[in-house]
Design a protein around this ligand. Sequence first.
Ligand code: PGA
Length: 253
Amino acid sequence: MRKPFVAGNWKMNMDGRSSVDLAKRLASESVGIADQKVTVAICPPFVYLQAVVKALDGSSIAVGAQDSYFEPNGAFTGEISIPMLKDIGCTYCLCGHSERRHVIGETDELINQKVTSAINGGLLPILCVGELLNEREASKTEEVVTRHVKEGLAGLSAEKVSAVTIAYEPVWAIGTGLTATPQQAQEVHDFIRKLLAQMYDEQLAQEIRIQYGGSVKPGNAAELMSQKDVDGLLVGGASLKADDFLAIIKAAV
Ligand code: PGA
């Protein structure tokens, strides 16, 4: 009943031409699958969003931004607002990706402002949560994930939270080639779903999609997706290669 959801996070990669070429290939080779069987989104860098939206015109692949700012407009040099993203045809927005938390230094409070403004502005946030290696080793995974989920969604009603996708991305698995085992992913996804049931209600918890992210590849996608509470995948490196990303989309059906 939860439609699988595969999203590609291009991070700070690609150029104008390769962005358009990749988007067009994904569009033509996912006909009949994207949207019908799997929700598919790609998140290019800001500067290529418009070109990618245009390249995907008529396809069922949605476009997301990798970040946003929570104010709608004003003197915020260098930032991009939700209304701007909406204006150019974005549907999704990543919020609180681990690189924004740990490289750029975003706090849970700022991430909450971004999630809130995305929902209020009509974009669908993908809230990324997950522990560092030392936190896992210190058995703090549940504590960290609880904080990310509770603080990321603070102040939002169940109705608003129904617009959110959660992406569980253990930081130690991102870009490292170290994937969480399907069992490790399932354990945390189950934990997040129970947490959502406590915070809101069982129905919402059953409806929300929880993606796994961290070194997802064509070779591990199907096994991760076979887990009961893994509803989709957030893919970094492998989303830059058409063949790999298409294979992952197909593995999620
Ligand atoms: P990766 O990145 O697939 O390259 O590990 C995942 C992510 O950061 O979303």
